[in-house]
Design a protein around this ligand. Sequence first.
Ligand code: FAD
Ligand code: E1W
Length: 457
Amino acid sequence: MDTTEDTRSITIIGAGLAGALLATLMARAGWRVDVFEKRGDPRVQGYAGGRSINLALTERGRHALRMADADDAVMRQAVMMRGRMVHALDGRLQLQRYGRDDNEVIWSIHRGDLNITLLDLAEKAGATLHFNHRLDKVDFDGRIAHFADDRDGSKHPTPFMALVGADGAGSSLRGAMLSQEDLGERTEFLDHSYKELEIPPSADGSFMMEPNALHIWPRGHYMCIALPNDERTFTVTLFLPNQGDPSFASVRTGKDAKALFLRDFPDAIPLIPDLEQDWETNPTGLLATLYLDRWHLGGQAVLLGDAAHAMVPFHGQGMNCAFEDCVSLARHLQATHSLADAFAAFEAERKPNALAIQEMALENYVEMRDKVDDSGFLLQRELELALQERHPQRFVPHYTMVSFMRIPYAVAQHRSHVQRDLLVRHTVGRASLDGVDWAAVDADVHGLLPVLEEAVA
Ligand code: FAD
Ligand code: E1W
């Protein structure tokens, strides 16, 4: 169906991160926007997000927030992270900077605060938010979405022009679309899960560890990370296999968890006073990658963010990617009056890039848990930094392309693979960069890596 000037309206399912940002972008562009969220208003009853407490925000996400004039409000609550602080088993610390200086840093933000900031902006922009409205089923022929209020079981049938599924990894809209058409859905569970724990502020109210870093305890097949919160706490996440030893199968009680930490993360023990309690009360989170061949049903419904392409969290890009999706969809909706064409163009632009970051996120788990404290990795990193200095527009480190630039993820992935191969070839069998044949390396760089215009010298 075509949209004419006075019928430009959109119904968004989910007032989470992507739903709230898309609502703001579309309302500002003059669309009628209704957002339906199954939970209550977090501004009234406190934030009840079951998922991780804080998130890393990087340039892609910040750029999307700027498009909605939301960046300043969000950044007021952000904590800078300059690099990863690697915690060795013996307690030694090493800060590995993410970028060249403080212009190349990432930010830790509180999910609940971010969501509230975006909801306020969406409302200010003119979007109508409907809380306690869970999408239950969709009558696509009659164009009626059926919502339910889980507090009293009441039903709310609502006509729609087009539905956007921003309802997360367990998307109900996706379920409804699947009953109409085969979307080629495939979910691949990772055989690892996660548990969140908390580091409170110290007795004098300060941070218990270096605040301006993402802390990582790499331990081979598993790892812990911790991100700072602006209220001077850290949220710790332990990623562990589901089976084997240690695993969520072998570490069951709070006591078991304490024993694991004493053995493998001893420096974290004094920082997590409620470890046993946290372990037993906090749910264990599952991790999966969701692949779909199709993201839209003609001009009637489209999916974005986790609903379209949930990924494992190891690159810290799920939200950043979802925010890029919002800007892309908003742009395509503005550019054409056919919803079906806009949805198709959005899918064509974003699907290859979502797949690329899904794959890079899976690869980054092995790198984070097993490589960041390995001598071969550190030598490759040294060469990577040297090559960035020698060829700033050709050799851009993998992390920089993903987190500090906005080039398509698929381009970043391709160049990363070429670079990784080059780094391995020129460091294999070496203990240091002494004796590296720089002329040969430089020739390789020129031959394999065309200039990347967006890269800053
Ligand atoms: P969500 O944020 O899940 O929002 C979905 C919304 O839809 C929710 O409000 C939900 O209540 C609502 N909803 C669901 N079903 C219905 C229904 N039937 N009817 C109405 N409403 C409904 N990303 C990063 O960029 N950086 C990170 O550091 C990072 N760390 C992570 C760490 C962990 C452990 C995990 C699990 C994920 C992490 N992510 C990170 C990924 C990030 O959380 C997601 O990619 C992001 O939340 C996706 O946003 P979304 O809006 O698509 O979905
Ligand atoms: C980031 C949950 C999460 C979030 C993240 C990151 C990681 C490891 C994890 C990736 C990273 C910020 N990363 N960190 N250091 N190198 N790569 O950059 O968000 Cl587990």
